[in-house]
Write a new protein. Sequence first.
Length: 291
Amino acid sequence: MNNIPPNEAKISARAVAAFANTPNPRLRQVVQSLVRHLHAFASEVELTEEEWLEGIRFLTDTGKQCDGIVRQEFILLSDVIGLSMLVDAINHRASEAATETTVFGPFYIAGMPERGHGENMAFTPGEQALVLGRVLDAAGEPIAGAVLDVWQTAENGMYSGQDPDQPLTNLRGRYRTDEEGRFAIRTIIPVSYPIPTDGPVGRLLQASDRHPWRPAHLHFMVMAPGHRTLVTHLFNHDDPYLESDVVFGVKDSLKVVYQPCQANHPLAARHDIDGAFRLASYDFVLEREIA
Ligand SMILES: [Fe+2]
């Protein structure tokens, strides 16, 4: 880093000191650190006035691309610079027994319908899939009545809400575990998809020669009373973008295989599936809520 001229260092010191009387100590710590690091960044790159204005424009455009429903460009920005995964890692350091976490992403919609055991959440075409498993506590005991809020894209790579041709409840739903902690989700095999590139985040990726693709995945938010809510994905194990996920979200423990099953497989009759399908299995482990 270059040596900062004294008058510039003085501006930074005064700006940090201006927040010294913030009554909330955590807010004081966060804001002072943020100001200190932003000043250090501007000094390090010797930010030009034109670049500063471009940065303001970029953030303004990012805000304008947020619609309050499914488009949340700031989360997308946080995701593609790895900040979301860093915050995730900081907040799950002691979770060794629990299923690993990954990004929440910008496409969750709350209040989706409750679905029965094995109910199909896919109203658009795709390769039929059944996802089975259990929700367990850290001691391996099943958790009955855990809720799994699930969401994924259609075969065209778009989430409901992004795509006017899909019903809003398509490929979304809330499943509940039975007495033995089991869940069953009927859906279609997830596909890789590019994050939206028609906004400022897309321009940033293009200017950086980065691709916009995410490896195929199924989103989960798993909740049970007394346990920490788990936000994670299950990734298709053979996806070509696993190593270069644009949001850095992949963890080895979250990869699943979708095994091919014939139409005469016993699970087909049990779950009322016509024709061949793919079967994936995964057990989620929740940790106790920290008191
Ligand atoms: Fe996603």
